[in-house]
Design a protein around this ligand. Structure first.
Ligand code: ADP
Ligand code: TYD
Length: 212
């Protein structure tokens, strides 16, 4: 893509179903790496740049049928392209660690599976417009009932995807685990159904080789 080429930085992503503890673990990993003296950019999707945060409102707020499935894929991809150009690639080029809460694997799952089989379209657009995978992806695996209860504990306006229900959460969990098998060179699966500090310790130990 027409943006700075990634340099010596390290690109880590967190994935998993809603409420699995991604944001918590991303923040704790960023804190732990900063304590080691590393320069860390903690970011998220959809969002992570000014334009992409604007698109975040378009995709996460409003009625569930606000966008067609195809338009939704375009919007998520547009947000990611802006995030790559403005935030992720410049940080990697400067040798920083980028930790991103959700990335393209979320589009492969949510847009690729939940409204029909659109995975091919998601992958084609990714190849055309993004063209980069993380160095390591930490999948926080979680029992969907627990994840749903945790996620529903949060109140807010970002509700378009929040009425998924246990069945779709189960489908997403299975989908993420299958994706981890497909891309086993970069995926690491972490059991999220344990106390925060226990999960964080395993995340830190698991991520460390990414800097070797
Ligand atoms: P996600 O980003 O995957 O949606 P969050 O990190 O926002 O998940 O966590 C969702 C909720 O669950 C938050 O209220 C958080 O404090 C809580 N939480 C996160 N990890 C754990 C854990 N290991 N055990 C219990 N509660 C947790
Ligand atoms: P996020 O803020 O990470 O929510 P949570 O903390 O509940 O996991 O993401 C908001 C929603 O956006 C989430 O339900 C998943 C959805 N999403 C997609 O559908 N496609 C995508 O590509 C991304 C990045 C997120």
């Amino acid at each position: 893509m027409n943006a700075p080429q990634p340099g010596g930085g390290t690109f880590l992503t967190f994935e998993g179903i809603d409420g699995s503890g991604k944001s918590t673990q991303a923040r704790l990993l960023a804190d732990a790496l900063r304590a080691e003296g590393r320069d860390v950019v903690l970011t998220r999707e959809p969002g992570g740049s000014t334009g992409a945060e604007e698109i975040r409102r378009l995709v996460l707020e409003g009625e569930p049928d606000r966008w067609s499935a195809e338009t939704e894929i375009l919007l998520f991809t547009a947000a990611r392209r802006d995030h790559m150009e403005r935030t992720i690639l410049p940080a990697l080029a400067a040798g920083k660690v980028v930790i991103c809460d959700r990335f393209a694997d979320s589009t492969r799952m949510y847009q690729g599976l939940s409204r029909g089989d659109l995975r091919g379209l998601v992958d084609t657009l990714h190849d055309l417009m993004i063209g980069r995978e993380p160095d390591m992806t930490l999948l926080i695996d979680m029992d969907p009932e627990t994840g749903l209860q945790r996620a529903l504990g949060r109140q807010g306006t970002e509700e378009r995807f929040e009425d998924f229900g246990p069945e779709l959460q189960q489908q997403m969990r299975a989908g993420f685990l299958a994706l981890a098998d497909d891309y086993d060179d970069r995926f690491r699966v972490i059991d999220g159904n344990r106390p925060v500090e226990v999960v964080a310790a395993e995340v830190f130990a698991t991520a460390t080789p990414a800097f070797a």
